[in-house]
Write a protein that binds this ligand. Structure first.
Ligand code: PLP
Length: 444
């Protein structure tokens, strides 16, 4: 057992599975945050989900605010999505050849994101950002990439420096196993700091292939760009002949129907647009599918048309395409209204509960995405340095008090809370009822 595991009597089956998994899988998990490293206790092994609820192997039901870390936009096991996957599966799991629905999914993405003219489907967000960067280097012939501290773009070598998500949770600055030569190709800058960006372009301008940024940072808590930052970033990059990659893997089709760029573009002068966008999570409806897209002349640098190589045995897998397409087809105005309503209810209730209990905190929001920072944040934090000082002990107590009352929150103080369109009044009420007790626990 892990040193700081807190035994929960009702989690006996999860605890046994955890021990069994740890004997054959490093840390017992296939993605680090699942190990409950920062909150301690027994990671719950889940066996089923329906709408806003998940059930663990001990038979406990929780209102789920993880939503598979984003993909389950419509809730778990949405009947139309399950039906589409089952019907597709019955005809074969994949052929390594093109299937009719791939173009339909690409068309659906393009319809929502007019800045995207061509789409390539891949299997993970990591591949999407890795490929976008390869295109940027191929297009510009330049080596360097700028990323922002606390922004997470998946686990490819060049993008792990000062990334958020699991690295933030584990307080790791980067990863062993990345060569110094590779790390040196990535310039990590503080987010929302135009002076730092200008200085980097002044010094390295003709060697910078791209700036990559989460559309709204959401892997160090939700931290949207300050007014004007995204526009200035795009203008500056373009003035220096560099491309801008907006990473919408987390925000895409979730922060709003056209992702966070759909919200931000109304605040940006016409014609100032990112060059490439990356998508994941919701676009695969819960199965392994992600995508990248952008202007035709950039995307057509990809093989087989151009010199930038990218491929995948499982790319465009018919089951994943069916899940993603059906999810997007059902993500209509009514679904986004429900997501927005759920976010309104929960942000209001968590603010009230924490304020009543005297727990210093700040709720941060970007469209339907939100997160709760524990600690004194009189002003909106601008970047990673400010949010790293979070009171993780308060979060830990809050997390466990919620879990014990049947609410499954992300097991990390740095992650967004994911609502779904299936979070109805009954599910929201269960969360709201649990909040005062959890707030008291967080107060210590
Ligand atoms: N980009 C962002 C903004 C993400 O949030 C994530 C995953 O959380 C990724 C990229 C990587 O996606 P994946 O985990 O599918 O590789």
């Amino acid at each position: 057992m892990h040193a700081h595991q807190i035994p929960h009597p009702e989690a006996a089956a999860s605890a046994a599975l955890s021990e069994r998994a740890a004997r054959v899988i490093p840390g017992g998990v296939n993605s680090p945050v699942r190990a409950y490293g920062s909150v301690g206790g027994t990671p719950r092994f889940l066996v089923s989900g329906s709408g806003p609820y998940v059930t663990d192997v001990d038979g406990n039901e929780y209102v789920d605010l993880v939503a598979s870390w984003g993909p389950a936009l419509l809730g778990h096991a949405h009947p139309a999505v399950v039906d589409a996957v089952q019907q597709t599966a019955a005809r074969g799991l994949g052929f390594g050849a093109s299937v009719p629905q791939e173009a339909e999914l690409a068309e659906e993405i393009i319809a929502r994101m007019p800045v995207v003219e061509r789409v390539r489907l891949v299997s993970t967000g990591t591949e999407a950002t890795m490929t976008a960067i390869r295109i940027a280097r191929g297009a510009t012939g330049r080596p360097l990439v700028i990323k922002f501290a606390g922004h997470y773009h998946g686990h490819s070598d060049g993008l792990l420096a000062e990334a958020g998500s699991g690295l933030a949770t584990l307080a790791m600055p980067g990863s062993a196993g990345v060569t110094a030569e590779t790390a040196a190709q990535t310039l990590v800058l503080p987010y929302n700091d135009l002076d730092a960006l200008e200085a980097a372009f002044a010094e390295h301008g003709d060697r910078i292939a791209a700036v990559i940024a989460e559309s709204a940072a959401a892997n160090m808590g939700v931290l949207p760009p300050m007014p004007g930052f995204t526009e200035a970033m795009i203008r500056l990059a373009h003035a220096h002949g560099a491309l801008v990659i907006l990473d919408e893997v987390l925000t895409g089709f979730r922060a709003g129907p056209s992702g966070f760029w759909g919200i931000e573009q109304d605040r940006v002068a016409a014609g100032v647009t990112p060059d490439l966008l990356t998508f994941g999570k919701v676009v695969g409806g819960g199965l392994p599918l992600a995508a990248l897209g952008g202007r035709a002349e950039l995307m057509e640098l990809l093989a087989p048309l151009g010199p930038v190589y990218q491929a995948g045995t499982l790319s465009g897998n018919p089951l994943a395409v069916a899940a993603g397409l059906t999810t997007l087809q059902h993500a209509d105005a009514a679904a986004y209204a429900r997501l927005s309503h759920a976010a309104d209810v929960l942000t209001g209730a968590v603010t009230a509960a924490l304020a009543d209990a005297g727990v210093p905190h700040r709720v941060q929001r970007a469209g339907t995405l939100f997160s709760v920072l524990f600690g004194e944040f009189p002003d909106a934090p601008r970047g990673y340095a400010e949010v790293q000082g979070q009171n993780v002990a308060a979060h830990r107590a809050f997390f466990h008090a919620m879990l014990e009352q049947g609410v499954n929150l992300p097991p990390s103080a740095f992650e967004a809370w994911f609502v779904t369109a299936a979070h109805d009044d009954a599910a929201l009420a269960r969360v709201v009822d649990a909040l005062p007790g959890a707030a008291r626990a967080a107060a210590g």
